[in-house]
Ligand binder design. Structure first.
Ligand code: NAP
Ligand code: GFB
Length: 318
């Protein structure tokens, strides 16, 4: 990316987008790169005309495509149709307008939750389409899988450099802390904040036994900027901590208890769904390219996320 570049980040005001902004404008700042972080106020990307207007305004040479209807297990359980339709519209608009306007490279986002539910472990990038996803989020999963299909089709038919990353569960500043719509870590942080304030029990949903790999948003941002600048493939690349860093929901809850210095009662509401038990992904492909990349230690990242929420409680999405 030697020449003057204009990088459009769709969905740039969310969890991942704001982390990319922090890194791109901080430690990874380059004078020849101009960044534009778009939100839905810049245009509804499920609408073709809005997408065309945004691209005409920004004139990007590169795109990091994050914009999507996003949510945790409980939002997915309720709105599989919306997750499929809205994300499919957004993805087709962004990739087709990128092609039509000659964007040099697009990096889109899949997710480790889109892999087949019945699978061998660890999951790797070759397994995206090897069977149906977990039923809790089939709408989101199939819409995400079609990004990979579109990337390969644009490359085969037009030579486009459209690729994708596969993050595992992401957390950090600017997350969605809404209890119904958000993911597990922001949900736990929000609930423990309320439990401390009201001196009430802290309730974890489900049994706590499902297992997850969590990636700190700033680490994901560092890796996505590297993918934009250096990753040469069209095929997706998993961006996740190693299998050995997988933790149970119970262990994640304990890390939040420690970070928030909570001394009250911890309860488990087993009437709530556990969702997918595990989706253990291999980061061997990432390690092949970036053997020395260092992830932020989990407890340190959880503490930083908790501190951000406490400091920004009034304005956080909740
Ligand atoms: P987020 O915090 O919910 O942010 C979503 C972003 O997309 C916001 O900037 C939002 O703008 C924008 N957006 C939503 N609908 C839009 C529309 N119709 N038109 C234009 N912009 C729209 O999500 P995130 O967690 O940062 O996720 C970013 C990407 O990472 C997504 O593609 C997601 O699938 C992927 N991912 C996330 C996780 C995770 O654990 N969070 C894991 C794997 C993959 P407004 O705020 O203005 O609506
Ligand atoms: O992040 P999460 O909602 O989604 O995690 P997934 C759900 C797991 O955390 C379940 C437990 O086992 C829940 O029972 N849990 C405990 C909680 N307390 C809470 C809480 O307060 N809030 C939430 N949300 N869960 C998502 C996919 O799967 O992974 C999305 O549905 C997306 O499409 C995302 O890809 C990355 O990790 O189960």
């Amino acid at each position: 990316m030697g020449d003057q570049c204009v990088i459009l980040v769709t969905g740039g005001t969310g969890l991942v987008g704001q982390a990319i902004k922090t890194i791109a404008e901080g430690e990874e700042n380059r004078p020849n790169e101009q960044w534009y972080f778009a939100s839905s106020k810049d245009g509804d990307l499920s609408v073709r005309e809005d997408t065309e207007k945004l691209f005409a305004k920004v004139k990007p040479t590169h795109v990091i495509h994050l914009a999507a209807m996003v949510g945790g297990l409980f939002r997915n359980l309720k709105y599989n149709l919306d997750f499929y339709r809205i994300n499919t519209l957004i993805n087709d608009n962004v990739l087709n307008v990128s092609y039509k306007t000659g964007v040099k490279k697009v990096v889109s986002c899949l997710s480790t939750c889109i892999f087949p539910d019945k699978t061998t472990y660890p999951i790797d990038e070759t397994m995206v389409h090897n069977g149906p996803p977990h039923d809790s989020n089939f709408g989101y999963s199939y819409s995400k899988r079609m990004i990979d299909v579109l990337n390969r089709a644009y490359n085969k038919q037009h030579g486009c450099q459209f690729t994708s990353v596969v993050p595992t569960n992401v957390y950090g500043a600017h997350d969605n802390f809404n209890l119904e719509d958000g993911h597990v870590l922001p949900g736990l942080i929000h609930k423990i904040y309320t439990a401390k304030k009201n001196n009430t029990p802290f309730t974890v949903w489900g049994t706590g036994s499902p297992r997850r790999q969590f990636i700190y948003s700033l680490d994901l941002a560092r890796l996505m900027i590297w993918v934009l600048r250096e990753y040469p493939e069209i095929d997706p690349i998993i961006l996740s901590v190693g299998e050995e860093d997988e933790v149970s929901i119970k262990e994640a809850a304990e890390a939040v208890v420690e970070a928030m210095d909570f001394k009250g009662e911890v309860k488990y509401d087993t009437t709530k769904s556990d969702g997918q038990f595990k989706k253990t992904a291999s980061n061997a492909k990432l390690r092949k390219y970036r053997p020395d990349f260092k992830f932020t230690p989990f407890k340190q990242a959880v503490k930083e996320s908790c501190d951000w929420f406490v400091a920004n409680y009034e304005t956080a999405r909740k």
